[in-house]
Design a protein around this ligand. Structure first.
Ligand code: 5GP
Length: 186
């Protein structure tokens, strides 16, 4: 007999699974190993700071850093982007800044998704002015169909189709960030 779906999938707003928790975990482990290999030779020259963009990157970051076998620092930056819930206007404001300076440190910026690319473009430019030793971008997801700004994603989890996705940190009106998989409204 088939098991009941988990409680969140019995909610009035069910989500179809796009990327399972297991597939996410395997890919995040690979990204962590890649980051470890690339920064291990450089950790003596400068500290590595993993910077999460609040709030969407929190779950990805929490899993990713546990697969980085180096003593990294963790910090967060909060932003709000004007526009409606499902489209980015390109106007980004920092609502919570980093807690410590990052000059002379290797920075890995961690995002949940690169959609139009406006948010990450703004953040990379902003962080670059603070003179980090190096600056790279990790993003769990990339939706190339909607991209308006060219952005180089150094560590990418998955390329996805043009769907509004939720879970594993991504929200609908601040909810469902705690879904363990990436889903879409079906
Ligand atoms: P941008 O368009 O600037 O690249 O994306 C900015 C932000 O929009 C992302 O960090 C994310 O918070 C939100 N976003 C973009 N696409 C999606 C999506 O499919 N689902 C959810 N929940 N948020 C998204």
């Amino acid at each position: 007999m088939a098991a009941l779906p988990p409680a969140w999938n019995r909610s009035p707003q069910p989500f179809a699974e796009l990327i399972s928790a297991g597939v996410i975990a395997a890919r995040v482990a690979e990204l962590g190993a890649q980051i470890t290999a690339e920064y291990r030779p450089r950790i003596e020259e400068a500290e590595v700071v993993v910077v999460g963009v609040l709030k969407g990157s929190v779950i990805f970051l929490a899993d990713l850093v546990r697969h980085i076998g180096l003593p990294v620092l963790i910090d967060f930056i909060g932003i709000s982007s004007y526009g409606d819930a499902t489209s980015s206007s390109g106007v980004v404001q920092i609502t919570q800044d980093l807690s410590r300076p990052i000059d002379g440190r290797h920075v890995v910026l961690v995002e949940d998704i690169v959609d139009t690319g406006h948010t990450v473009h703004y953040l990379l430019e902003n962080i670059a002015t603070r003179r980090p030793a190096s600056l790279k971008l990790a993003s769990l997801l990339h939706k190339p169909a909607r991209q308006q700004r060219a952005v180089k994603i150094d560590y990418l989890g998955f390329t996805i189709p043009d769907r509004f996705v939720v879970g594993y940190g991504l929200d609908v009106a601040q909810k469902y960030r705690n879904l363990p998989f990436i889903g879409y409204e079906s």
